[in-house]
Design a protein around this ligand. Structure first.
Ligand code: ARG
Length: 572
């Protein structure tokens, strides 16, 4: 039911015959026809023939009559394809009767671990964690919908030497007072106060050091205080997740400390495999191919000089747990690009140790930074990193205000619901609609605008369709005959048939801006259709068909937005 795929499947055997081996027909949308295939150009050199000849030969062999109204060679050697209206109508009709909008469940379900969000205990979540949470949650929703077994892991930073000073600070404050401060989300000031004492006060420093030893040694009282810090932070993070409307729950926390009793085993096994080298008192692995600026091999430090294990050892233990115990074959790590090298090295070492073997594979889904209006890293006026909740609350407040400005009659409850859906949706969409690897500028006006590639534009398109049905007083009949009379409704049909293809692509590359871009094209095609084609006042047969197209558009927008973690509203 995926049009691009269908055409590609029709061209592939013809290309294979002409080229004498398998060829990807490289079918894509075309400015001249509905679709075009570019593969003849790439074959020219190999076959020693002019591309236009190859394209013509391919058209001789391809069976297209039942789907295409025209298929012709164009330009330097493209194959231009125009789909027959009858075929389009048939496919749209099939789509309308399908709850999954043409998207099949996967035939090869696998266990996928998505490592995302991962803020640090007793530290404020920052915008980097926002990106991780939003992107990771979209990955979870998409893969789950496709029928994979998805395990969410919130790899909380809940271990390490800073916990000595944090616990000592907690002791100084008193448990009740500390719990209070932390549950209010005052994580940064808590952390800063601890840090300040640590830097200024030798006695505090000494206490902190001893505390780390007690924590690692399993001292009961120390453990209890540590749990208190972790629990209060988790409670706070959960309020952020709730506001952000993501699927992460308390059950998904599996912090660094969860791997403590596996760290020694990791190091022992790396040693037994002959992968360990001593370097400057630390125990390291030097995976081939990683060199520093000076050309020297780079170490992945698995055990520090002081005997402690660090971040890399924890990631190795976690990876081993995911492939070994959970049976995951796809491991996703949604973490900022500055950690790219860390993950590349962890994956290389895990591969060498046999913990990451095909079909299992790991992917670092890196992402860029969110920038302020000045084009620099987003900072508050005081120069601190921006507090995530503040950002979310501002988005909701602005969206609520805009909703009320647009419709002053709205009651408070309705305005709040719209404000939440649109405000949070706008934040998520601005993130997911940009190429993951790039930085982007946080721009309130742009992301809350009802025009352009924004969540409000798509949410508005959805609500507009819903209002058509309120006025129609009926639902669409999914078995209504589809009539594609006008170019604008034909164009809408072609877009509707592209959903499955985009979803399949995003399943592979998890680049959500492709899905966002698709939804934007779909909403734009709908608005062209709605401008040119009467719906409610059209003659009966056309009216039914147009209601079906409108309904299919609404369902696709809703499902697509849902996969991005964005809510739709019935009116706005
Ligand atoms: N807590 C880390 C940070 O804030 C991110 C952890 C990412 N996940 C992982 N498996 N290393 O930078």
């Amino acid at each position: 039911m995926d049009l691009e795929r269908l055409l590609s499947d029709r061209l592939a055997p013809a290309f294979a015959t002409v080229a004498g081996g398998p060829v990807d027909p490289l079918v894509r949308r075309s400015p001249r026809a509905d679709f075009q295939s570019d593969a003849a150009l790439a074959l020219a050199r190999r076959l020693g023939r002019p591309p236009r000849d190859i394209a013509a030969d391919v058209l001789q062999h391809a069976v297209l009559d039942d789907v295409c109204a025209s298929a012709e060679v164009s330009g330097p050697g493209f194959v231009n394809l125009t789909v027959a209206d009858g075929a389009l109508a048939r496919m749209v009709a099939a789509l309308a009767g399908d709850d999954r909008l043409g998207v099949p469940e996967t035939g090869t379900p696998e266990t996928v671990v998505v490592d995302y969000s991962a803020p640090n205990v007793a530290k404020e979540m920052h915008v980097g964690h926002l990106r991780s949470t939003v992107i990771g949650d979209a990955a979870v929703r998409l893969l789950d919908w496709l029928g994979h077994r998805v395990v969410r892991v919130n790899h909380l930073g809940d271990w390490g030497t800073p916990f000595g000073m944090l616990i000592e600070h907690l002791v100084d404050l008193g448990e009740a007072e500390a719990a209070d401060e932390l549950s209010m989300g005052d994580l940064d000031s808590f952390y800063r106060a601890a840090r300040g004492k640590f830097d200024a006060d030798e006695a505090f420093r000494e206490r902190s050091r001893r505390r780390v030893v007690a924590l690692q040694g399993g001292d009961e009282r120390t453990r209890r205080l540590w749990r208190l810090l972790v629990e209060q932070s988790e409670r706070y993070f959960l309020t952020v997740y709730e506001l952000l409307d993501v699927t992460l729950t308390g059950d998904d926390f599996r912090g660094e400390s969860a791997y403590n009793d596996r760290l020694a085993g990791v190091v022992e096994d790396l040693d037994a495999l002959g992968l360990l080298r001593a370097s400057d008192g630390a125990e390291c692995v030097f995976p081939p191919g990683f060199v520093g600026r000076d050309g020297e091999p780079l170490p992945l430090i698995v055990r520090k000089g002081d005997g402690g294990f660090g971040y890399p050892a924890t990631d190795l233990a976690a990876l081993r747990h995911r492939t070994g115990d959970l049976g995951a074959t796809r491991l996703l790590y949604v973490v900022g690009l500055p950690q790219r090298q860390h993950f590349a090295m962890v994956f290389a070492v895990a591969g060498a140790a046999g913990w990451l073997r095909p079909p299992a594979r790991a992917e670092h889904l890196g992402f860029g930074s969110i920038l302020g209006a000045d084009g620099r890293m987003l900072r508050s006026r005081a120069g601190e990193s921006v507090k995530l909740v503040g950002l979310l609350e501002e988005a909701v407040a602005r969206a609520t205000e805009l909703a009320l400005a647009k419709d002053p009659e709205l009651d408070a409850e309705a305005a709040a619901e719209i404000g939440r859906a649109v405000g949070i949706g706008a934040i998520k969409y601005a993130d997911l609609a940009t190429d993951r690897g790039k930085d982007y500028v946080l721009n309130w006006e742009r992301m809350l605008s009802l025009d352009g590639n924004t969540a409000p534009y798509l949410q508005y398109a959805y609500s507009r369709i819903r209002s058509v049905f309120r006025r129609a007083g009926t639902a669409a009949r999914p078995d209504a005959p589809v009539v594609l009379a006008e170019p604008a409704e034909r164009a809408l049909a072609v877009e509707l048939l592209g959903f499955a293809g985009v979803v399949a692509e995003v399943e592979r590359n998890l680049e959500f801006h492709h899905l966002a871009g698709y939804l934007h094209r779909l909403a734009t095609a709908f608005s062209g259709f709605y401008e040119r084609c009467q719906v409610l006042r059209a003659p009966d047969e056309l009216r039914e068909s147009r209601l079906l197209l409108a309904d299919l558009t609404a369902r696709t927008l809703r499902q697509g937005l849902h996969l991005l973690g964005i809510r739709t509203v019935e009116r706005m």
